[in-house]
Design a protein around this ligand. Structure first.
Ligand SMILES: [Zn+2]
Ligand SMILES: [Zn+2]
Length: 308
């Protein structure tokens, strides 16, 4: 190839990249999009409730369904008829409140959908109870408007032990039981795709076994609690002693998150499920400084709709 032609190719590639066409031609890359980065059941003004999207070969894998997940998926450019796989880490409401509604919203698109949902004991009942909750609507519409019955568009896969959750040609998903008292069925997930391995901690206290589970992963998305703000919050609400006890027993400080990332030897650490998750006075530097004391790799402070 002549020099002139080569530089033309280089220029064309640069132009395609600028136009965003390169990204579209690169859809096979495994992508992570943080849909909701706030921890806890309250609604915040700055962050949506917990949910993380992984795209493998452009197929969406939704991990946790905090309130707002349907809208956040759409905001991330994923039309709801593309819903295919859901994973729930545990049954606190900030992780499952919109689970049923997401299924319903996907079904309501009228497109043929088939969803496989994975999660710990209780997921089957949660699914049935949601359809019971919306029974009147579902049956009225089926008789009046026709279309598909959302109750037939979901397959639930419940488990009560860690191990292989599902496996396809594209990805192997495994789970690790983590420490999130008083809930005993709380899991982290690991996605091993061909080009990338990703671990999502779910909710957990400092748990060194998680580092073994996350060994060598490219990306660890870990929950994080900023202790100085927790202390401030608790001091303002004297009755919150029990909340304080729960937070300290069931979640991980930013320092301890750094220890896990180093023990695991991951390349990138992403802080998400932030507690407190709606305090814009906490800077990114403050979020990351605790972890940086122990982890020398790349640290990303999660924000809604950020792609990693
Ligand atoms: Zn949570
Ligand atoms: Zn929780």
């Amino acid at each position: 190839m002549a020099d002139g032609q080569e530089s033309l190719v280089v220029r064309a590639l640069r132009l395609l990249r600028t136009l965003g066409a390169y990204g579209q031609g690169n859809q096979n890359r495994t992508r992570i999009i943080l849909l909701g980065t706030k921890g806890g059941p309250t609604l915040g003004k700055t962050r949506s409730n917990a949910s993380t999207l992984i795209l493998i070969n452009d197929i969406p894998y939704v991990v946790d369904c905090g309130y707002g997940v349907s809208r956040q998926l759409m905001a991330a450019g994923i039309s709801l008829d593309r819903l295919r796989y859901i994973f729930i880490t545990h049954h606190h409401s900030d992780h499952n409140l919109e689970y049923g509604a997401l299924l319903y919203n996907a079904s309501a698109t009228g497109k043929p959908i088939q969803v496989d949902a994975y999660g710990p004991t209780g997921l089957q009942k949660l699914t049935q109870d949601f359809f019971e909750y919306e029974k009147f609507d579902i049956e009225t519409r089926l008789a009046d408007e026709g279309g598909a019955d959302p109750r037939t568009q979901i397959a639930v896969h419940e488990f009560d032990q860690p191990g292989v959750v599902m496996q396809t040609q594209s990805v192997k998903v495994t789970s690790c039981r983590v420490q999130h008292p008083p809930i005993t069925q709380s899991y982290a997930y690991r996605f091993d795709a061909k080009d990338r391995s990703i671990v999502i901690s779910g909710d957990t206290a400092y748990y060194p076994e998680l580092a073994g589970f996350a060994k060598g992963a490219d990306v660890l998305v870990h929950e994080a609690m900023y202790l100085p703000a927790i202390e401030k919050l608790i001091n303002e609400i004297p009755s919150a002693t029990r909340l304080r006890q729960h937070l300290l027993a069931a979640h991980t400080s930013t320092e301890d998150v750094g220890k896990i990332a180093t023990q695991a030897g991951v390349k990138t650490l992403v802080l998400s499920h932030l507690v407190p998750g709606d305090d814009p006075s906490i800077t990114d530097e403050q979020w990351s400084e605790g972890a940086r004391k122990y982890f020398k790799g790349r640290i990303i402070v999660g924000k809604d709709l950020m792609e990693i």
